[in-house]
Design a protein around this ligand. Structure first.
Ligand SMILES: [Zn+2]
Length: 443
């Protein structure tokens, strides 16, 4: 049964010449095998098989986890080929194409019935495995002639849990520091710094990163707006950079009204040309996505806008030659929208050190004090960082809006090729994220 399924699934691809840019797509050795043998519903895999670059794991009792599609494949098409999804794979419900950043679609099959399918991202997306496990636990028992109800977990309108068997999550559950899943931040850093690499604000790599972040927000249930940002030619950390277009990725909750009081949390997504930017600033984007994930299904004290800013890094000396994305964001706000921004926090270099720097543009300000209080509440060690104007919060403060910064601990590898994922500490990401969630939580 298992062997047959693998043969059919492997056969429906027929494409062994996948684009070379897909890591591991052309060589079995490139597959991070243990990923595909997670503990499912408390059960360990009894055996696993690699067929070409496809993987399946057998858990006994008719239960298998199989790789259904390669990165870039259309999952509906892949499922239709094995007669599991003719009627129920609904492209209009959202994206069902496995993204190039994903290892591929995976499915859990029990007694020939597909119980779950979804994307499995990079090598350690524990959360998606958890979702699959939960879906498996709650799935109705398979009946003999049932071809299986296929529900698009990643495209599900039921919210970021992606759990097709769960009803609408209780949005009135209050956000709390424990809701942070640091694995989301770690996976983000591995992808942005480990796979995309340097992403100067106007480069194709930046554009790829921005679209990836946009898809992440969309899957969490946010409305996403990619807003162009003009960046001038100049010199960034000693390297000539061209004039071009960058982009702010703006995620808002459903029904958001920008003239009503709200909070803005931002992190710059660009890097200087020579750095893969794990700490500066995939770390900030990682905590941004982890916070957005936690906030998506829980209540916060005010609605929250999450922004990945383009073109933060300098393209010349002085205030007017950096922070282009955040300055464009502020410049586009009308009077009522400006009044509605109750506070902005910039996450910038938040994965190094043992205490969380809490920066204020001047000596001290109310946003900084509220962040320091949130740190005490979350049990997170902090250090005040006054006169801090080197990040996107400054674009808000200099225009009279309230803003502060988390992060800035010095480290080796700053703005050079050594800014790789290993410089970032998950414990510090967790401290920063917990502090942020305490700050966003209802009072
Ligand atoms: Zn930075």
């Amino acid at each position: 049964m298992l062997v047959a399924a693998v043969v059919v699934l492997a056969g429906c691809s027929g494409d062994t010449d996948a684009p070379g840019e897909v890591p591991g797509s052309d060589a079995p050795a490139g597959v991070d095998f243990p990923v595909f043998a997670p503990v499912l519903d408390g059960a360990q895999a009894q055996s696993s098989t690699v067929s070409a670059d496809r993987v399946s794991s057998d858990y006994g009792d008719g239960l298998t986890l199989v790789q259904l599609a390669e990165p870039g494949d259309d999952l509906c098409a892949a499922l239709a080929d094995v007669r599991l999804a003719d009627d129920t794979c609904d492209a209009s419900a959202g994206s069902v194409t496995t993204s190039m950043e994903e290892m591929g679609g995976v499915g859990i099959v029990r007694d020939g019935t597909l119980l779950y399918w979804g994307g499995l991202v990079t090598e350690a997306d524990a959360q998606l495995v958890d979702r699959a496990t939960r879906a498996l636990r709650e799935a109705p028992p398979a009946t003999g002639d049932d071809l299986g109800e296929v529900t698009g977990a990643t495209a599900s309108p039921t919210g970021p849990t992606g759990d097709p068997t769960q009803t609408e999550p209780a949005v009135d559950e209050a956000l709390a520091p424990d809701d942070l899943d640091v694995a989301t931040a770690v996976a983000t850093i591995r992808f942005l710094a480990g796979e995309v690499g340097p992403r100067e604000a106007t480069s194709a790599a930046y554009d790829r990163a921005a679209r990836w972040v946009g898809r992440r927000f969309t899957r969490l249930g946010y409305d996403v707006d990619l807003r162009p940002v003009d960046a001038p030619a100049g010199e960034s950390w000693g390297v000539a950079v061209p004039a071009g277009r960058s982009v702010n990725v703006v995620a808002t909750p459903t029904g958001f009204d920008p003239t009503e009081p709200h909070l803005v949390v931002g992190a710059h997504l660009d890097t200087v040309p020579q750095a893969p930017g794990a700490e500066d600033n995939a770390s900030g984007v990682g905590v941004l996505l982890a916070a957005a994930e936690a906030a998506a299904v829980r209540s916060t004290r005010l609605p929250v806008v999450f922004v990945a800013f383009g073109a933060e890094e300098p393209r010349g000396p002085g205030d007017d030659n950096h922070h282009f994305g955040s300055r464009a964001y502020v410049a586009a706000l009308g009077p009522a929208e400006r009044r509605a921004v109750r506070a902005m926090v910039s996450l910038d270099r938040v994965g190094v050190g043992a205490r969380v720097p809490v920066g204020s543009a001047g000596r001290s300000d109310p946003v900084q004090r509220s962040l320091l209080a949130a740190g005490r509440q979350a049990g997170v060690a902090t250090v005040a960082d006054p006169e801090q104007q080197s990040s996107d919060h400054w674009s808000f403060v200099r225009e009279g809006l309230p803003g502060a910064r988390l992060g800035s601990t010095p480290y080796a590898g700053y703005h050079d090729a050594g800014d790789v994922p290993s410089v970032v500490s998950p414990a510090q990401l967790e401290r920063t994220g917990r502090l942020l969630l305490a700050w966003l939580a209802p009072r």
